[in-house]
Design a protein around this ligand. Structure first.
Ligand code: PLP
Length: 354
């Protein structure tokens, strides 16, 4: 009887009967696992089919699978960039991007969060390098804000840079067909490289990928260490993701249903007196400031049948504690209203609302 409002299961596909059936069928037909990395005996037809499907979904030339998006981020920068190159990274990028950048020998620039003036200044400074790569989350998971990709791509064009986006919190549901932030902001042809996960909207099991130009994907197959030295994805996991992509490519109805639900939650919570960070994204951080308040309110929400979690330092900056609510396509309007009502009661009880 508890409603989950803190999962990355944006489209509800992790419990979709067809997704589950596809996993069972793949398990029965292709086995529990490959006991191998991809290039030895760890590649089956389903792995190649899924890579082809991912590339088609994002309208890119090719794709490569990893055990996770953490691995995709860990593997790309080192394989692509040399000490002659530069990478320019948003200061609030996900930990896995930060770690991936740490592993490479390129010159590192960190620009202020979504600050285009600062990015431009850093791009000017980075003109002395051979190649420039701007790296950003498409949507930032702690704040629910969306990178200004149009402006980033304009700057990248002006200063001859490539653009990389991490679409873990966008793939499947942002944009008219759920293709992601690049579709939402009309720059699908301007973003060079996309990394994303199969562990959130696309069935929620596990796995990650890079999609982009074929020569880049060929390079990653030769050089990317998490790809070369880690087991290939288990067939059941491949089956889930593959079916999730089929469902999304057959119809954009599920992806489209998200926007109205997100809007319903955001506007009702704002009307109730809460501050919700970010904009137009199903990650809706209810800003509370105080860490203890966030934690006791989350506990009290659970007593009212709503599962949410308080986030505080060091996951978010000091004084910016929050409860991060995530809306899913499987939440009904009534579920969302129940969540808002519970927040209102609990907020009043603990003094977060007058
Ligand atoms: N990038 C971002 C922005 C994420 O939020 C996450 C997951 O939390 C990852 C990468 C890692 O994804 P995965 O769980 O597939 O390793």
């Amino acid at each position: 009887g508890i409603l989950n409002f803190c999962a990355n299961n944006y489209l509800g596909l992790s419990s979709h009967p067809e997704v589950i059936r596809a996993a069972v069928e793949a398990l029965e037909k292709f086995g529990a696992g490959l006991s191998s990395v991809r290039f030895i005996c760890g590649t089956q037809s389903i792995h190649k089919d899924l890579e082809e499907k991912i590339a088609r979904f994002h309208q890119r030339e090719d794709a490569i699978l990893y055990a996770s998006c953490f691995d995709a981020n860990a593997g790309i920068f080192e394989a692509l960039l040399t000490p002659e190159d530069a990478v320019l990274s948003d200061e609030l990028n996900h930990a896995s991007i930060i770690d991936g950048i740490r592993l490479c020998k390129a010159n590192k620039y960190r620009y202020k969060h979504m600050d285009m003036q600062d990015l431009e200044a850093k791009l000017q400074d980075a003109q002395k390098h051979r190649l420039r790569l701007v790296a950003t989350d498409g949507a930032f998971s702690m704040d629910g804000d969306i990178a200004p990709l149009r402006e980033i791509c304009q700057l990248a064009e002006k200063y001859n840079a490539l653009v990389f986006i991490d679409e873990c919190h966008a793939t499947g549901f942002l944009g008219p067909n759920g293709r992601g932030t690049d579709e939402l902001l009309g720059v699908m042809d301007k973003v060079t490289i996309i990394n994303s996960t199969l562990g959130k909207a696309l069935g929620g099991a596990a796995g990650g990928y890079t999609t982009g130009p074929k020569p880049l994907i060929d390079l990653l197959r030769q050089r990317s260490r998490p790809y070369l030295f880690s087991n290939s994805l288990p067939p059941a996991v491949v089956g889930c993701a593959s079916k999730a992509l089929d469902l999304l490519m057959e119809s954009n109805a599920i992806a489209q249903s998200m926007a109205a639900k997100t809007q319903r939650f955001r506007s009702k919570m704002t009307a109730a007196g809460f501050t919700i960070s970010g904009k137009d994204h199903p990650i809706c951080p209810v800003m509370l400031g105080d860490a203890r308040l966030a934690s006791v309110m989350a506990e009290d929400m659970l007593n009212r049948g709503i599962y949410v979690i308080g986030f505080s330092y060091p996951v978010v900056p000091k004084g910016k504690a929050r409860i991060r609510v995530q809306i899913s396509a499987v939440h009904s309007d009534e579920d969302i209203d129940r969540c808002v009502e519970a927040f209102t009661e609990v907020g009043r009880k603990h003094g977060a609302l007058p």
